[in-house]
Every structure is written in C-alpha cells, then in structure tokens.
Ligand binder design. Structure first.
Ligand SMILES: [Zn+2]
Length: 231
C-alpha cells in the first residue's frame, strides 16, 4: 500500500476497511517528525514504515495515539522513537496490559473478527503504554510545523484525542466522530453535541477520520449536525 500525500508536510497510509486498520499518518517537521497512531500490530506498523522508508521520509521521532483501541495502539511496543498519549489512554492501556498478563484477554479478543485475523496463529500480543503522557493538551514544535494534541469529548471513547496541524490546515480526528464500539456503535447525543461545538471552534480546512478519507471542514460539520439531528 502506498502513502498518500495530503499536503507538503503530511502524508498517510490509508485505512484498510477489510482489516479494520486505521490510517497512519506522518507529519514532517524540520527537526522532528510525528506519526499519528501506532497501528493494529507490528505487521501493520511495518507496512507503514516500509512506505516511509521508500519515500525517503525520516523517523518518526514521536507517535501520538488518538485513543487506546487496539487497532490504533497495539503496535506501540514496536515504534521508532517515543510514544505520546493522554493520561486516560495510558490508563486504559495499562488496564488491558494487566488483563492480558492475567490470561484470557487474547482468547476473548479472538471472538472479534478483525482481531482474530490480525493476531491469527502465534502472532505475539504485546501491549505497551506511551512514554510521554499529557493531561488535556500538548503542543509539539516539530520545526516549522506544529502539532496540537487535545482531548475532546466524544461519543466513541472517553480518551479521544484530536491532532491539529495549523500550518497545514489539517485536523486528525481519530475515531472521535464515531459511536461507541463497545455499545453497538451507540452515539450519545450530548457528547456528540459537545464534540460538534469543539470542532466548530477549531480552525482547519480538512480533517481525517481514522477509518475514512480527508473531508473538508464544511462537509464534516454538515454531516455531524445531520447525525446529531438523527440521535
Ligand atoms: Zn476506536
């Protein structure tokens, strides 16, 4: 799979809906580079890194998680550089790491059709927390380009982080606009409403939900308000 160039300094490996793998992105600064999400497994991450290497792109020095869900975070143990996550994401990762160490976690997860493909056979399951932790917001100066990480209220999880790259007009949404995966994709209207209010105030031209393509801000806000009306 090839990288898609989104802007001068941002490219991404598209999501793979057949495997429930989210997109993995790369932001290239003059001093540091940042990846968005670690990926589902070391194999998923290796595809991303091969594509970066083939494109002659450096790093990444940092990898920011958009939330703790396995498809975004379970390759964290295999990343280059440091992992970055909000405190709630790390808390959840430590919880599932302990659950995995206690036994039975893998067996339970194997009932999920995507996880059972990702971790088929003896593929090791290594769950790690991020090295750098922040509470609500964190700004990374990558050199000529900035990444603003901020926790949002979201119907998907209580640890959803969006990443704004103001210089490029790009906002990474993670899975924040989706429903609760652990509750039949239920959308809490109050949480969605607060997310819509937050996104209205953020200045960006296009955004990337992790399991989709880039969308302009106006179309995204229209879609979210329509979704809210249907709740
Ligand atoms: Zn998710």
């Amino acid at each position: 799979m090839e990288l898609v160039k989104l802007t001068e300094r941002i490219c991404y490996l598209p999501d793979d809906p057949m495997r429930e793998r989210p997109l993995l992105a790369h932001i290239r600064g003059e001093r540091f580079s940042l990846a968005i999400d670690a990926g589902y497994s070391a194999e998923h991450l290796a595809i991303f890194y091969s594509a970066l290497d083939a494109a002659g792109l450096p790093g990444p020095d940092f990898t920011a998680l958009t939330h703790w869900h396995c498809d975004h975070s379970f390759a964290l143990h295999a990343i280059r550089g440091c992992g970055v996550a909000c405190a709630r994401t790390n808390e959840q990762l430590r919880r599932v790491r302990a659950e995995n160490a206690a036994g039975g976690y893998r067996e339970r997860m194997m009932r999920d059709r995507f996880f059972s493909v990702e971790y088929a056979g003896d593929k090791p399951l290594v769950i790690a927390a991020a090295d750098i932790e922040f509470e609500r917001t964190l700004t990374l100066d990558l050199g000529g380009v900035t990444a603003e990480l901020f926790v949002v209220d979201s119907p998907h999880t209580d640890d959803s982080v969006c990443v704004l790259v103001p210089e490029e007009g790009v906002l990474f949404l993670g899975d924040a606009i989706y429903g609760d995966y652990h509750n039949n994709a239920w959308i809490d209207p109050a949480r969605l409403s607060r997310l819509v209010d937050t996104l209205e105030r953020v200045e960006f031209e296009q955004c990337l939900p992790s399991h989709s393509h880039p969308h302009p801000k106006a179309a995204t806000m229209r879609f979210l308000r329509m979704k809210l009306g249907g709740c």
